[in-house]
Write a protein that binds this ligand. Sequence first.
Ligand code: PGA
Length: 239
Amino acid sequence: MITTIVANWKMNMGYSDMIQLTTSLSIINPESVSLIVAPSSCYLHYCATHLPHARICAQAISEYEHGAYTGDISAEMVQSCGARYALIGHSERRALFGETAAAIEKKLMHCRHHQLTPILCVGETMADRESNQTHHVISEQLSPMLTYPGDYLIAYEPVWAIGTGQTATPAMANEVHAWIHDMVGDHVPVLYGGSVTPDTAPPLLCASDINGVLVGSASLSIPSITAIINAAKSIEVTS
Ligand code: PGA
């Protein structure tokens, strides 16, 4: 399976900084590595037209199809601006914006109707891990995918590792990835996310069930994201 790197820019950068980052990224050829960039919605079209080697992902979509939902952004809108993927169920959306399991199911339906490939984010909190609930929590989060009719990716992002500088060890992450693969099948790419850096990416990418990484803060730095892409390329060549 080809290695996938998702650069999740989150809510960062004004327009001119975004243009600078996009311009630098546009000359990096990831070759056989699949590079997916998730800019904020107002930059989707710019990124879709200026990043020839990347595919574009929405960070979030509305649970509604269209209509009087001021400020919301629909699957149809992001798709028509060039997005081909959508992050669904990111832990920041679940925790800070109250994204429920019911809303996630509706968003998956919109992805299907508007030709967006969902990247479903799953992961346990530290309290879940300490009370041995990791598999239980993740199996509930995965359940809508078990009957999903199209292609999708999973991003395993332990909540305690996102933006904290604490990364799961490759062995810890691989154990959960292997278990997710048992649930969804080996053909589904399962990416790891949570404080991935140029130092932590290589051993994670070498693990047997880790098919790529979802990178947040390190994706805002060209030297860091380049190092992570290069690590993925060299691991593909040697494996
Ligand atoms: P991080 O974010 O790499 O800054 O921890 C990962 C994510 O997108 O959740």
